[in-house]
Design a protein around this ligand. Structure first.
Ligand SMILES: Cc1ncc(COP(=O)(O)O)c(C=O)c1O
Length: 459
């Protein structure tokens, strides 16, 4: 059983099994410090409060705190709170990785486009052109922000396709959104907490935490993030298609969030991971256009081309360009030049747009086939955009664990909603289905495996 302490404002989750006793409790607190859930300067709950929450003797907690003080993790003093004095993030346990299931025969794991649709011929032609024409100097150590021709191509593409207020000088090309969020976490570290939507993809919270950010959650309701509950200097949002719940941030909330950022001097990180894929309605433009000096726009080639390329981009408020460039420089990071030149060529030739249009039509057709295959007692959400949808499970039906176990029997990899939540407690149960993931030839069989999985648990 895992415990969590609740009588304390921070509400830090403790993975503690009472059967492991005092040693186990000390381990759980060490882990929380190492993983950055508890940062230097944080006060631990009083021995009385923690003992009460966990249902153990107060003396046990007192001894645990004394052990941790002797090891240099915390400082205790008579009559004052026990305070964390170690910096954990350098020794943080490795972030949990994305769900992958190479052993499953079929997969509806979210996060992938159809890799078999990668535009090999267009990429090859663009690579040829680049190698024929690029000067030798192009292969040197270029500006940390990325290759100028790609930043120019992206500025034009993002302005026209997503309404982003883009200027090549403010663009930083990086190794996907995973890299972008790490860079921003470093650049914003001094400002304090970084808020994420609750729920959100845990992978990126882990990356930000590993980069030194203190993470907090802000609830999401039917209209998107509850801006009125924001109490952090910076926040990460997915306005076009909330991940994983799937709604579009309501117009009044978009305006409220932009106003919050301008009035409070806060920063918004806009994760526009699938903005190119919108099916039934007009595309929603980027939030960044409402407050370009407060919103850091992040895009990626992971959904439009392939995640293996590791190509993403940031369009930054002017005040963040130098901190992000400096974060690249101090870590010795640069994005590979050849891929940048090829992507610039692909955008310039129109092949990128043509590929995105083809994929949009294909994914829309898949979405329709998936919806048609779902049993009526399940409710899909977030179906008008992107490459994944959320399927909520009825309260009186099978839960996530049961469905995932059934999927395993069908050799089908599925992702539950559970790990996305930041707050503890009861949450709706659901499945996040990535319908772009299977190769085209495997799509029908994958739908059949899903049908069998659901039929088996509804009996
Ligand atoms: C919510 C969200 N943001 C961003 C990304 C893109 O991540 P990356 O560019 O690191 O591949 C994904 C991909 O799965 C995602 O699901």
């Amino acid at each position: 059983m895992a415990g969590s302490w609740t009588s304390w404002g921070g509400d830090v989750h403790l993975d503690w099994d009472p059967a492991t006793g005092r040693e186990g409790l000390a381990d759980a607190i060490r882990d929380a410090i190492r993983a950055g859930r508890l940062a230097r300067g944080d006060a631990l709950p009083s021995t009385r409060a923690l003992a009460g929450d966990l249902g153990v003797a107060r003396g046990t907690v007192t001894r645990v705190y004394a052990d941790l003080a002797a090891e240099g993790y915390v400082h205790t003093s008579q009559g004052a709170p026990t305070v964390v004095v170690a910096d954990g993030v350098q020794q943080a346990s490795p972030p949990r990785t994305r769900p992958r299931s190479p052993e499953a025969r079929w997969s509806l794991l979210p996060g992938h486009p159809d890799l078999s649709a990668f535009p090999r011929a267009a990429w090859l032609s663009a690579t040829r052109r680049v190698l024929q024409h690029a000067p030798a100097s192009a292969f040197g150590y270029v500006d940390e922000r990325g290759v100028a021709s790609l930043r120019e191509a992206l500025a034009g593409y993002l302005a026209r396709s997503r309404g982003v207020v883009a200027d090549p000088e403010r663009i930083v090309v990086c190794a996907g959104y995973a890299h972008a969020i790490s860079l921003l976490a470093i650049a914003l570290r001094e400002r304090g907490e970084l808020a994420f939507e609750d729920p959100s993809l845990w992978v990126f919270r882990d990356y930000a935490r590993a980069a030194g950010a203190r993470i907090t959650g802000v609830p999401v309701d039917g209209a998107g993030i509850r801006v009125s509950e924001l109490d952090s200097p910076a926040v990460v949002v997915t306005p076009a298609h909330q991940y994983p719940l799937g709604m579009t941030l309501a117009p009044r909330r978009r305006a409220e969030l932009a106003r919050w950022a301008v009035e409070q001097g806060g920063y918004v990180i806009e994760d526009d991971y699938d903005g190119e894929f919108r099916y039934d309605r007009k595309p929603v433009g980027a939030l960044q256009a409402l407050a370009p000096e407060r919103v850091a726009y992040a895009g990626t080639a992971s959904k439009t081309l392939a995640p293996g390329l590791r190509l993403g981009w940031l369009v930054l408020p002017r005040t963040l360009v130098e901190p992000v460039r400096a974060a690249m420089a101090t870590h010795g990071w640069r994005t590979p030049v050849l891929e940048q030149l090829v992507l610039a060529d692909l955008i310039g030739s129109g092949d990128y747009d043509r590929h995105v249009r083809r994929c949009r039509a294909a994914y829309r057709a898949r979405r329709d086939r998936l919806l048609a295959a779902l049993p009526g007692y399940l409710t899909p959400h977030g179906i008008s955009a992107g490459v994944q949808l959320l399927l909520t499970l009825p309260e009186d039906g099978p839960g996530e664990a049961e469905v995932l176990a059934s999927a395993k029997r069908q050799s089908l990899a599925l992702q539950g909603l559970g790990p996305h939540w930041i707050s503890q407690g009861e949450h709706p149960q659901g499945l996040v289905l990535g319908y772009a993931t299977p190769a085209e030839h495997a799509f029908s069989a994958t739908l059949a495996a899903l049908g069998q999985t659901l039929a088996d648990v509804s009996r």
